[in-house]
Design a protein. Structure first.
Length: 293
């Protein structure tokens, strides 16, 4: 077994999903990147292009000595300013090469056009929870097929592709969950997974068991912690905490993730925050950089 702090002993970077600092991204992106670099983060995952071009983002990251290794891109047609995975995948792959990113992760699923549901007034993103509960095995399978098609095209352009979960993918569809179907029915050569630990745990799942069950299918993870008060649900609910201050056993989870294939490690935290978002990012980094596992 490696000795010393987990990340140092395995020569892995501690990254952060910049969504964690979403209060700064539109108004002070340079400050956000400067802040995480000062804390010690070596890599970032972007939640979007944040109003910049890939070249502008690359210059920003280079100027602060951090690498952009992954991006969240929506399952949407997209535009030049905000590309989508249902748009020009060749251009999207070219953008990733400019950024230096090796992976794209779809951050969530879109509502199928044949699901027969429409958002209620003021429902917002919670609409997708009702969609997940109504999906059924066939729609999950169809989505897995689409992920496989997207992943194959991106792979041909030298970019890895995967899917990032929330907790609603653990809705039941027959004797399986939606997550089970996505993993089992997608092409393992084209689709990997970025396991969001906090959302999986909020769904009542054991992250270590998920890593063991589908070992080899993961390339990324979101290091996200939750308080013991979080009740198992698939309705986008959790009681978040700073990483290391919650109930999750990172000494067990991180080695299991690495063994299952994870190499893109990104801290991410959901609101509400007990302190400033940057302080939460710093607290999480201090915990992770010294953790022996």
């Amino acid at each position: 077994m490696p000795s010393g702090p987990f990340f140092q002993s395995r020569s892995e970077m501690i990254g952060i999903q910049l969504y964690t600092l979403s209060d700064m991204l539109a108004t002070n992106l340079d400050g956000a990147v400067a802040g995480v670099a000062k804390i010690g983060y070596q890599s970032v995952e972007i939640p979007s292009y944040m109003g910049k071009t890939p070249a502008q983002l690359r210059q920003l990251f280079d100027s602060h000595g951090v690498k952009c290794t992954a991006a969240h891109i929506q399952m949407a047609p997209g535009t030049a300013a905000a590309p989508g995975l249902r748009g020009d995948l060749g251009q999207l792959a070219a953008d990733m090469h400019v950024l230096g990113a090796t992976h794209i992760y779809a951050p969530s699923m879109p509502a199928p056009t044949d699901i027969g549901l429409t958002p209620n007034a003021g429902e917002g993103y919670a609409f997708i929870v009702r969609v997940a509960e109504a999906m059924g095995a066939d729609r999950w399978k169809r989505f897995a097929d689409e992920l496989s098609e997207v992943g194959a095209k991106l792979k041909a352009s030298g970019i890895g592709f995967g899917y990032h979960n929330h907790n609603y993918e653990f809705a039941k569809a027959g004797d399986r969950t939606g997550f089970d179907i996505l993993v089992q029915e997608s092409d393992p050569d084209a689709v990997s997974f970025e396991l969001d630990i906090g959302w999986a745990a909020a769904a009542g799942q054991d992250p270590v068991a998920l890593f063991q069950k589908y070992s080899g299918r993961y390339t990324g993870m979101h290091i996200k912690d939750i308080k013991a008060t979080t009740q198992p649900n698939i309705a986008l609910k959790m009681d978040p905490s700073d990483v290391g201050a919650g109930r999750l056993d990172w000494k067990t989870i991180l080695p299991a993730a690495h063994k299952a294939g994870v190499r893109n490690f990104f801290l991410e935290q959901e609101p509400p925050f007990a302190t400033s978002r940057m302080e939460a990012a710093e607290n999480g980094y201090k915990f992770l950089s010294t953790l022996e596992a």
